[in-house]
Write a protein that binds this ligand. Structure first.
Ligand code: URA
Length: 205
């Protein structure tokens, strides 16, 4: 990880500094994170998957979806017939937000102001990759994709919809599968993700 000395008075990039994700100080999450985790994938991927934020492993490795939620996602992608290497993977928020519980860094849901502050980076990725389909993994991703802090999953989860000229598919976040209270709920949540990925593939074969 790169450490950049930045004082609070210089929270925004100076005019003579490049505005890079690594140096982003639009919110305070960089302070406790190891590094910013940018999106990865083909330059012109037809499908973009948007998660919430890096987890513990992602923060350490600098890559999205390489921890336990990533393992669920990999399984769902394989089952839906979507190749991980063919999709662009990113997050609504690029720094890991966490709190210490014992010795573990536990994920904390980002605040809406943090999602909004980080939105510029998702916009940059959308403009650069120009995917036909965006799969929003969970509510935080959906809010950022829709630029609407009050967007809810229940309103849109049944079917793909058009937003700003591209398809959006909203499914549960893979860690929702891991947190579900029993086997049946886990199976159902997982099936929603697989079905959504299949829809995405149909829209961008
Ligand atoms: N959860 C996410 O939303 N994104 C990741 O990259 C990892 C876990």
């Amino acid at each position: 990880a790169t450490t950049i000395a930045v004082t609070p008075e210089r929270a925004q990039p100076r005019r003579d500094e490049p505005d890079t994700l690594d140096q982003c100080r639009r919110c305070d999450l960089w302070r406790n994170a190891t590094q910013a985790v940018p999106g990865v994938g083909p330059k012109k991927a037809r499908i973009m998957l948007v998660g919430e934020q890096p987890g513990d492993q992602e923060d350490l490795q600098g890559q999205p979806f390489v921890g336990p939620a990533g393992a669920v996602l990999d399984r769902a992608l394989a089952e839906a017939g979507v190749e991980r290497d063919h999709v662009y993977l990113t997050n609504a928020v690029k720094h890991f937000k966490w709190e210490l519980r014992g010795k573990r860094r536990l994920h904390k849901t980002p605040a809406q102001r943090e999602v909004a502050a980080c939105h510029v980076w998702l916009e940059e990725e959308l403009a650069r990759v120009k995917p036909d389909v965006v799969v929003a993994l969970g509510a935080t991703a959906l809010k950022s994709v829709m630029k609407d802090g009050s967007a809810t999953m229940s309103a849109v989860m049944d079917a793909p919809f058009q937003h700003e000229g591209r398809w959006v598919v909203a499914v549960y976040h893979p860690s929702f599968v891991l947190r579900a209270r029993d086997e049946e709920s886990r199976r159902q949540a997982y099936e929603v993700i697989v079905a959504g990925l299949r829809e995405a593939l149909k829209l961008a074969p």
